[in-house]
Write a protein that binds this ligand. Sequence first.
Ligand SMILES: Nc1nc2c(ncn2[C@@H]2O[C@H](COP(=O)(O)OP(=O)(O)O)[C@@H](O)[C@H]2O)c(=O)[nH]1
Ligand SMILES: [Mg+2]
Length: 305
Amino acid sequence: MALNVFKKFTEGLQKTKEELSNKLDAVFSSFGKVDASLFDELEDILISSDIGVESTIEIIDYLKKVAKAEKIKDPADIKLKLKEHIKSILNIDEATNDEELPYSSIILIVGVNGVGKTTTIGKLAHLYKSMGEKVIVAAGDTFRAAAVEQLQIWCQKSGVDIIANKEGSDPAAVIFDAVQAAKARNANKLICDTAGRLHNKKNLMNELNKIFRVVEKEYEKNQIKVYLVIDATTGQNGIIQAKAFNEAVHIDGIILTKLDGTAKGGIVIPIQKELKVPIKYVGLGEKIDDLQSFDYEKFVDAIFD
Ligand SMILES: Nc1nc2c(ncn2[C@@H]2O[C@H](COP(=O)(O)OP(=O)(O)O)[C@@H](O)[C@H]2O)c(=O)[nH]1
Ligand SMILES: [Mg+2]
């Protein structure tokens, strides 16, 4: 099991590994000693893997300090320090999986169009079900008929019930129906899709507030979780989106999708560092079992080793 998970991470993070680790190795092996130009090269590599300017500067400053204090001579030792330091940055939350979710909970999946919400719900429903949970999915993206159909296909695949209404209907009403269905059918995990075309904060607030009014009547605060989906291939833009969502609604966790499709997996660092919201899951492909709990140690090991 553990080996299998690690294999998923290494395969899904192949592109990032090539961008980051292989380039680092090339630089480290071409430098005979630790000097200022080595740190310049390092800086370029970190920035090109989307670690972000702010985090890169912090990392480089740290490495310079350590190199001096510990009189590091071998560039390869800098790589080890870098790896350890990235782990310490990512170590913001011990509970990275859903074990702390109350037995009965509702999970609202939010994020802009195309980031992978519906696909992630398909995978998450499958994951929860395989953990023995009774799952219901609510087709809360009612703006496009295709969104409902897409979710129906995923639910068929994993044998999970879906509550849907016709295109254009009120998302809060669909979610209300799904809450009633979850109660009637003794489902303990209700996962709700939401629309992503909420281009401004006011729209987003209105839409989500309406949904919250329904949900808060039926669940305690700690039973309600909001997960924001971010597409890793959008780079720094994803961070900007996340900040906008975070201002409109309390985000309990981030699901970072499409890490398999980008060499810029370094984005996890500014996400954890700047947003202070834990990454709960990562999407490592388009198949039903390509969603993994985010394990920062496995993540760093996969891109460095
Ligand atoms: N490679 C890859 N593709 C993904 C992943 N997650 C979602 N996708 C793809 O991203 C596209 C948009 O996904 P969708 O779930 O419709 O996004 P939504 O608009 O947010 O609901 C689809 O083609 C998905 O197959 C992932 O982890 N890896
Ligand atoms: Mg969708």
